[in-house]
Design a protein around this ligand. Structure first.
Ligand code: AMP
Ligand code: ZN
Length: 464
């Protein structure tokens, strides 16, 4: 498969070493609920992992939680509680929201505060190697000491100086030097002992330390939102390569922004919808569908109408799935006719179209197109009494594709035991010609979000 590598600014063939992909993603700073801009990248990381697994690789996926920083300290102060209490609350919330979005937990979710000794060790190495210096209990990385500084964002230090916003600070020797360790500012502030006094880690160093601890020195893929390219990822490269002298990451992958009125959705601008806000109105699976409707590097504009459209498309997938399952129940064990045999060939072609789209830098828009093409072919050809082999080929391909995208839940997962019991009770009522009871149960199912149709083959249940 080919992935766009920010480092080389081109799509490159992904080469996998010993069948195993080591990938790291920058996770949330846990001082607030995630918004759907954040959700875009978490859904993307999950998608990449699912696709790599589908292609037969073992994936070790690490996504951190930044559980100590200025914003967290400010939030704890404002609420009169501790930083770990704030972290625990929003880490819990992250997992709930991620599950709703179909985002599986990573292999490991390390937290900055659980890796302080590893962070201190790498800071010390950087000082020893002349890449960092201490000043009043703070430690800074000397950007100029790393010859490739700017390699990811494709700037050199002079250009950066002319263009970027930088915080002015007397202790720093150069404006682009950045903090590795921050001295404790006031009594009661969360801190850890270190060779430079009480303090806490800077943001960038925690990722370098956690990548090294959980994945090693030379990893395959590092991902994050486009806004992290500079300075966060640039600084990660300088720290990690400065400490080890080895290539840090082979492929850098960055997702485009989720915008609202063509402006980046962000906490600081206040123009955001949290995943929780959206959940009030829409099933989060519709949000996942919406986020996958565009290729991950293109900007994506958010609106309620777009979510409604994504929901309608997802409903069409569910209806198709229910229809295939229903036809399978009444399918015949016989040789396929010519049309059915052609359908099986079309199914293979759709699968290839899907794989090609995903191989091309995860082009989910085209991959979703391949699913609807499969549905179209199947709807034309599959009839009650169709050959079992044909309907089974369609179902297997449909499940493969939707499974890779993390869409369309398995029937067992989705339809609860209560629905099954009601359908059973309705069948009994109909057998007894108790039409009143049968209608009552149908209405009850409708309220629960299911429609029942009576067909020659029996009751057909589908989600509204
Ligand atoms: P934060 O918690 O703000 O550090 O963000 C977590 C992740 O969400 C980072 O990888 C950001 O790059 C990403 N992110 C933040 N806002 C957006 C947005 N509007 N669109 C896409 N990704 C975003
Ligand atoms: Zn990071």
């Amino acid at each position: 498969m080919r992935l766009f590598n920010t480092l080389t600014r081109q799509k490159e063939e992904l080469t996998v070493r010993d069948g195993r992909v080591r990938m790291y993603a920058c996770g949330p700073t846990v001082y607030n609920y995630i918004h759907i801009g954040n959700a875009r990248c978490f859904v993307l990381f999950d998608l990449l992992r699912r696709y790599l697994e589908y292609r037969g690789n073992e994936v070790v996926f690490v996504q951190n939680f930044t559980d100590v920083d200025d914003k967290m300290i400010a939030k704890a102060k404002a609420e009169g509680c501790t930083v770990p209490e704030i972290a625990a609350r929003y880490i819990d919330a992250y997992f709930t929201d991620a599950q709703g979005l179909g985002v599986r937990p990573a292999t490991v979710h390390p937290r900055a505060t659980e890796n302080i000794p590893e962070i201190i060790e790498i800071v010390q190495t950087l000082i020893d190697k002349g890449h960092a210096y201490e000043s009043n209990g703070n430690v800074y990385f000397a950007a100029g000491s790393f010859p490739h500084y700017g390699c990811l964002s494709h700037y050199n230090l002079d250009e950066l100086e002319a263009g970027a916003r930088i915080d002015v600070n007397d202790e720093k020797r150069h404006p682009f030097d950045f903090a590795l360790w921050k001295a404790k500012k006031e009594e009661g502030e969360i801190s850890w002992p270190s060779p430079w006094g009480e303090g806490r880690p800077g943001w960038h160093i925690e990722c370098s330390a956690m990548v090294r601890k959980y994945l090693g020195t030379d990893i395959d893929i590092h991902c994050g939102g486009q806004d992290l390219t500079f300075p966060h990822h640039e600084n990660e490269i300088a720290q990690s390569e400065g400490a080890t002298g080895k290539t840090f990451v082979r492929y850098w992958m960055h997702n485009g922004f989720l915008n609202i009125d063509n402006q980046k959705m962000s906490k600081s601008l206040g123009n955001f919808f949290t995943v929780r806000d959206i959940r009030e109105k829409y099933d989060l699976e519709a949000v996942r569908m919406f986020l996958l409707s565009a290729q991950y590097r293109s900007p994506l504009n958010f609106s309620q109408e777009q979510i409604a459209q994504a929901k309608a498309a997802l409903d069409r997938m569910y209806t198709a799935r229910d229809n295939f399952e229903f036809l399978k129940q009444g399918a015949q064990e016989r040789a396929m006719n010519a049309e059915e045999a052609r359908l099986v060939e079309d199914t293979k072609a759709c699968m290839k179209r899907f794989d090609d789209a995903m191989d091309d830098d995860l082009n989910t828009a085209d991959a979703i197109g391949a699913i609807f093409e499969l549905i179209k072919h199947a709807n034309v050809t599959l009839k009650p009494g169709c050959a079992k082999e044909a309907v089974e080929a369609v179902i297997a391909t449909f499940k493969e594709m939707t499974g890779v995208l993390g869409l369309v839940k398995e029937k067992e997962e989705e339809k609860n035991a209560e629905v099954d019991a009601l359908v059973e009770a309705r069948a009994q009522a109909r057998k007894e010609k108790n039409w009143k009871e049968s209608d009552r149960i149908r209405d009850q199912l409708k309220e629960m979000g299911y429609v029942v149709e009576d067909t020659a083959q029996g009751q057909k249940v589908r989600r509204i």
